[in-house]
Ligand binder design. Structure first.
Ligand SMILES: NC(=O)c1ccc[n+]([C@@H]2O[C@H](COP(=O)([O-])OP(=O)(O)OC[C@H]3O[C@@H](n4cnc5c(N)ncnc54)[C@H](O)[C@@H]3O)[C@@H](O)[C@H]2O)c1
Length: 309
């Protein structure tokens, strides 16, 4: 079962598990996701969709081998607009799914995030860094929900002996990202394709590291199949400043867009780069798709979507 199946990552995971020969139950309440991401799966007998809010009691009939909990508002625009749902799906939703995993004797993998490190004082971020989060800042609703999610997942592992996996996902991009979810990468791509100004927040010296979705899905698949229950960072360590990234996008698209600077939002993390030593040694995983190749695929998707809108 994959929660958040109609979202960006959940839909790619559904594709991957069906390709591997599994039967997939996709569960989503369509809060931020879209059925268009999974409509190609509806004709398949291997795919079943449940329209359900996982913050409420979750029941599915029959056996389950694996649960992947990916339901949650994920971009700053979404979780700032839906602070309570974000806190509930990370806490109550995770609790419901851990209970389901226990009753079905299923292994559960939960989607955590680099945001558990907050605005990090350690660089690059290793899994044993405890983070630097403002619990009552605007981003606290997401960061703390995910930190609670990790805590209760470890508690179920330690207390009940449940088979659990925790992936800390760093910024990921690819087709089926929403075009206007407030994150830099989709914003820049949409703006460059439309020839609008590219809006860089602050002086653009903050950094991000972008992982292509196929690489992330491979890392998650390997982690689920591994016997490792501690958190694992999955992301691309190729770090770039937002200003350089804006220039890269303009060049890639061949756009006439100008780059302009806007005020930096509160608590915006200054640096982000995963240390992936653990993923390399335990999962024999590292990203294979370069940013430029990933951007080309994503750009094709964005052009098609923008033409329809
Ligand atoms: N995309 C990234 O770069 C990234 C980075 C770190 C972590 N993550 C995590 O990965 C997961 C998926 O992120 P995404 O980028 O695919 O986001 P997304 O918004 O595209 O997908 C999330 C999905 O969850 C669904 N959902 C939200 N609340 C729900 C609820 N209560 N019950 C059922 N469904 C619900 C939404 O409708 C949506 O389809 C999230 O948990 C997110 O925190 C993503």
């Amino acid at each position: 079962m994959i929660t958040g199946a109609a979202g960006f990552l959940g839909s790619h995971l559904s594709d991957r598990f069906i390709k591997e020969g599994y039967e997939v139950i996709g569960m989503d309440n369509l809060l931020t996701g879209s059925l268009s991401n999974i409509e190609h799966l509806f004709p398949l007998k291997e795919f079943t969709f449940y329209h359900h809010d996982v913050s409420k009691f979750v029941h599915v009939p029959g056996e389950l081998d694996y649960i992947l909990h990916f339901a949650s508002p994920a971009s700053p625009i979404d979780y700032l607009q839906m602070p309570i749902q974000t806190l509930k799906v990370g806490s109550l939703g995770t609790h419901n799914l851990l209970g389901l995993a226990l009753s079905k004797k299923a292994r559960i993998l939960v989607a955590s995030t680099s945001e558990v490190y907050g605005d990090p004082q350690v660089h690059p971020q290793t899994e044993d860094y405890w983070g630097h989060v403002n619990p009552i800042g605007p981003r606290g609703v997401y960061d703390e929900a995910k930190r609670f999610q990790e805590a209760i997942t470890m508690a179920y592992h330690n207390y009940h002996g449940l088979e659990t996996r925790i992936v800390r996902i760093f910024n990921t991009f690819g087709p089926r990202m929403r075009l206007n979810d407030g994150r830099a990468l989709p914003a820049f791509l949409s703006q460059a394709i439309k020839g609008e100004d590219i809006t860089v927040f602050g002086d653009g010296q903050q950094t991000r590291s972008f992982c292509y979705v196929d690489d992330l899905v491979e890392g998650i698949y390997r982690l689920l199949m591994s016997d490792y229950h501690e958190p694992v960072n999955i992301g691309n360590p190729d770090e770039i400043t937002i200003e350089d990234f804006a220039e890269e996008v303009v060049e890639l698209i061949g756009s006439s867009s100008k780059i302009i600077n806007l005020p930096l939002p509160e608590d915006d993390p200054k640096r982000r780069r995963p240390d992936i030593t653990r993923a390399k040694s335990i999962l024999d995983w590292e990203p294979k798709v370069s940013r430029s190749e990933g951007l080309r695929h994503t750009c094709e998707y964005f052009k098609k979507e923008l033409a329809h809108n």
